[in-house]
Design a protein. Structure first.
Length: 257
């Protein structure tokens, strides 16, 4: 065993995965709960999926539970998603289940990866590729380059569909709307901004507003609240899981056309 062999193994395998991801059916930006669920279900159907996460750890806002208490809550309607990803839960009150946040995050990450979704961390999507009135890819850079404002040019990945799963920040839709003279599929053609907490309607709205916001550009999870003016809901994750499942179904149908 030589150090150079270890290094070569890392570089060759990473580059091979990157080359395979230069063209994907779907690129999901953000490896939170809705993005991971969507990626897992899509990959299971044989659709090529690349998930890009700007942070070191995928999992989004799951890890901290509620204020550092390591449990989150889901509704009974979302338990099927937990079961599909082999994530344990236990009944709490009627219609509600408690889920260990660490089990949920790690289970979704592993579940998406083992189904064939390619997940890259420390990658920032700074822009989109737009041609002929349709989003057709992403412009990416290294997280540390962006953090330090280094003058380093990005590279690109192509995709038939791009998903903003960046959560509260809705980075992709926000940047796309700001940089282009376009009208989004929202009441005023622009992102409406997230409203304050109101859990019950928020959970329903996250699923309802999981949709195509511009040709080739989709939103899921908390990005839907920021784009469509929905409420936030705190550490209940059923809507997130169901949003990812709905998105997977929508994109599978789109890819079949």
């Amino acid at each position: 065993m030589r150090e150079i062999d270890i290094t070569r193994g890392i570089i060759e395998n990473h580059v091979a995965d990157m080359m395979d991801s230069l063209r994907s059916d779907v690129v999901i930006v953000g490896a939170g709960p809705s993005g991971l669920v969507a990626g897992g279900y899509l990959a299971e159907r044989g659709i090529s999926v690349t998930i890009l996460e700007k942070k070191l750890s995928p999992g989004g806002g799951i890890w901290g539970g509620g204020m550092g208490y390591k449990y989150v809550i889901t509704q009974e309607e979302a338990k099927g998603v937990l079961d599909d990803f082999d994530i344990p839960s236990r009944p709490f009150e009627k219609g509600l289940y408690a889920v260990d946040a660490i089990s949920l995050a790690s289970g979704l990450i592993f579940g998406a990866a083992r189904r064939g979704a390619r997940i890259f961390n420390l990658v920032v999507v700074e822009d989109l590729v737009v041609r002929e009135g349709r989003v057709q890819g992403v412009v990416i850079n290294n997280t540390f380059v962006m953090m330090n404002h280094f003058p380093v040019d990005p590279i690109t990945m192509e995709a038939r569909a791009v998903v903003d799963a960046t959560g509260h920040d809705h980075d992709i839709v926000k940047t796309f709307s700001r940089k282009n003279d376009v009208s989004l599929n929202t009441p005023n053609g622009k992102p409406l901004g997230e409203r304050s907490m109101f859990a019950e309607p928020a959970e329903d709205a996250v699923v309802t507003n999981t949709t195509e916001v511009y040709p080739g550009l989709y939103v899921c999870g908390m990005s839907t609240a920021a784009v469509y003016g929905g409420y936030r809901m705190g550490p209940i994750f059923g809507g997130m899981l169901l949003s990812g499942k709905k998105l997977a179904r929508m994109l599978a149908e789109a890819c079949d056309k």
